[in-house]
Design a protein around this ligand. Sequence first.
Ligand code: GSH
Length: 214
Amino acid sequence: MAPMKLYGATLSWNVTRCVAALEEAGSEYEIVPIDFGTGQHKSPEHLARNPFGQVPALQDGDLYVFESRAICKYACRKNKPELLKEGDIKEAAIVDVWLEVEAHQYSSALNPILFEVLIKPMLGGTCDQQKVEENLEKLKNVLQVYEARLSKCKYLAGDFISLADLNHIAMTLCLFATPHASVLDAYPHVKAWWTGLMERPSAQRVAALMKPPA
Ligand code: GSH
């Protein structure tokens, strides 16, 4: 069967979130670059893949999936369902809890920081330092909850790796490209969890893809 196609630029953490899941699931896939510079993401071909004109989008034969977290779940369901623990209703519920926490707590705080520090200057704008500070405070509150959780179990959903952990890799790597990575220093269990995640080949692949060319 033909490999799946993941459309998008690997500088986007929404795209590399999918790469972490596809790699960890052992999926066969290829990355098809989409050029924002020429507006390719708003072309009719890409709008057919993602009607919001955004990346990522995934194609698997005649199936098109958009929204990065839906793509991640699809890769797991197709190639490594144990990353969602779907065989056990209670374990699956806890995986779901931490998938939601990543999407609505962690990313909600981290996304504006990354946008202000990394993206806005690239687009010719100026980083809004007040917004960064406000969201760093939000992020600290979230990390306090993570610290308590990870002092009780090795991974977020329990003593097993799940998609909930993997979905953190792309954005956290971007945090290390800002001057604010030291925010993690106050949370030793979070740091140990992160160090363990970074040892995984899937995370190393994401890190290599996100590194800007020398
Ligand atoms: N919730 C979406 C997901 O998780 O896939 C967000 C996707 C998103 O914001 N993609 C950005 C994009 O395509 C790149 S990181 N922006 C171009 C635009 O919105 O026109």
